[in-house]
Design a protein around this ligand. Structure first.
Ligand code: NAP
Ligand code: ZN
Ligand code: ZN
Length: 394
């Protein structure tokens, strides 16, 4: 690793603005191309304080480049809680959250040659972007200069400005360029969280080219944090977990952490002075970063991934300046990088630790997530959704 000096990783395959790459499978029978959309069972919120309740969505008929997916599993990300409860400001309702989607291909459009019926696939946090800007062309669609199209709650200009609706649902239709392939050797339910929590932590670890001999600190042992531990370990790093929860110490060690520090213990924090190369901070609430900067070595870096709704305490510039520390943020990962992460996980046998929930447990699961009572990711089993109504909700 070269701390503080990012080395972008090579991408597994180029981004596909107009990719007509060689089919991994034989072309699909055009007779199966549909002209009607499906009604999908879903769970969503009517307003910021409504909680989640059953809904019926109209999914569009697949267009030429579209893949229709029968969703099997969808992870519950803390971002879903922030968004559903309106904690990030203006939010369009009704809203069906969910951006850690795994399912099987149920129909494809006429131009889709790289997926066929029955393929197990995934969709993460975005379903489109401009496909033209420098970021998109570099495989960094998450930083699209014209705004990525989020998997839920986003206006979708290529589909009549419809508001996208996410994966707490029985089906979704997504352009093939934003669909990834799920490796066959991994448990599909436990793969779902990789589509956000996995790639969001993989991306900064790869950006800094983490390798054997590096020391990676992980702040916050939740959905993102536990993936950061597993991925950094798989990359060969020594991993130090910082947690506010005493009860998570044995679990963190079981996950593979080499050391666990209670971040509220000032003496333990002082003892960690100048021991860490890279910190991945996944905390979902405002917290003081200055004690963490003091654990970094010269040229260390702290990546903040959590996006609390309230302001953070100020960063002390002196803490950064005295050790040439980089304080950075990072947003999910690009599509090619998401595939690269899945392939890395297949090779290293990495998946999330999950607790499957039924649709009628979603509200309780949100409360438990906010209380930190999950090891480490809830995943919705979509077979527990009720049947869709005869027509879509307004
Ligand atoms: P999570 O499962 O709820 O984990 C968050 C962890 O933060 C908790 O387990 C807890 O760990 C720690 N924490 C400490 N104080 C807290 C407090 N007062 N309230 C809540 N958590 C506290 O959440 P997640 O799904 O991993 O997401 C973490 C954050 O990342 C969220 O803000 C989410 O919106 C954001 N996110 C960002 C991206 C991105 O692209 N940058 C992508 C996905 C999610 P300990 O008990 O170990 O202290
Ligand atoms: Zn997420
Ligand atoms: Zn773009």
């Amino acid at each position: 690793m070269t701390p503080g000096r990012p080395v972008p990783p090579p991408l597994a395959r180029p981004v596909l603005p107009n990719d007509d790459s060689v089919a991994a499978h034989p072309a699909t029978d055009l007779d199966t191309v549909p002209d009607t959309g499906v009604l999908a069972a879903a769970y969503g919120a009517a307003s910021a304080d409504s909680g989640l309740a059953p809904r019926t969505l109209a999914r569009r008929a697949p267009k030429a480049d579209d893949v229709e997916i029968a969703i099997e599993f969808c992870g519950l990300c803390h971002s879903d809680v922030h968004a559903t409860r309106g904690e990030w400001g203006s939010q369009k309702y009704p809203l069906v959250p969910g951006h850690e989607i795994v399912g099987t291909v149920s129909r494809v459009g006429s131009a889709v040659t790289d997926f066929i019926l029955g393929d197990r696939v995934g969709v993460g946090c975005m379903v489109d972007s401009c496909r033209e800007c420098e970021s998109c062309l570099d495989g960094l669609e998450q930083y699209c200069e014209n705004g990525l199209i989020g998997t839920y709650g986003a206006k979708d200009p290529r589909n009549g400005d419809a508001i996208t609706q996410g994966g707490y649902s029985s089906a979704v239709v997504v352009d093939r360029r934003y669909v990834v392939r799920v490796p066959g050797n991994l448990d599909p339910a436990a793969v779902a969280p990789l589509l956000c929590a996995g790639v969001t932590t993989f991306s900064p670890l790869r950006h800094f080219d983490v390798a054997e001999g590096d020391v990676v600190g992980v702040v916050g042992l939740g959905g993102l944090g536990h993936m950061a531990v597993k991925l950094a370990k798989a990359m060969g790093a020594r991993v130090v977990v910082f947690t506010t929860s005493e009860g998570k110490v044995p679990a963190a060690l079981e996950l593979g952490a080499d050391e666990v520090i209670l971040s509220r213990d000032k003496d333990a924090m002082a003892a960690a002075d100048r021991t860490i190369d890279l910190i991945i901070d996944t905390v979902a609430a405002p917290h003081d970063l200055n004690p963490f900067f003091r654990t970094l070595r010269v040229d260390g870096a702290l990546f903040q991934l959590g996006l609390p709704s309230d302001a953070m305490p100020p960063v002390n510039p002196g803490a950064l300046i005295r050790r040439r520390i980089a304080y950075a943020g990072s947003l999910i990962g690009g599509i090619a990088e998401t595939q690269e992460m899945l392939d890395f996980c297949a090779e290293h046998n990495v998946v999330a630790d999950i607790e499957l929930v039924r649709a009628d447990q979603l509200n309780e699961a949100y409360d438990r997530m906010v209380a930190g009572d999950v090891k480490y990711r809830f995943v919705l089993d979509t077979s527990t959704l009720q049947a869709p109504a005869e027509k879509a909700d307004a």
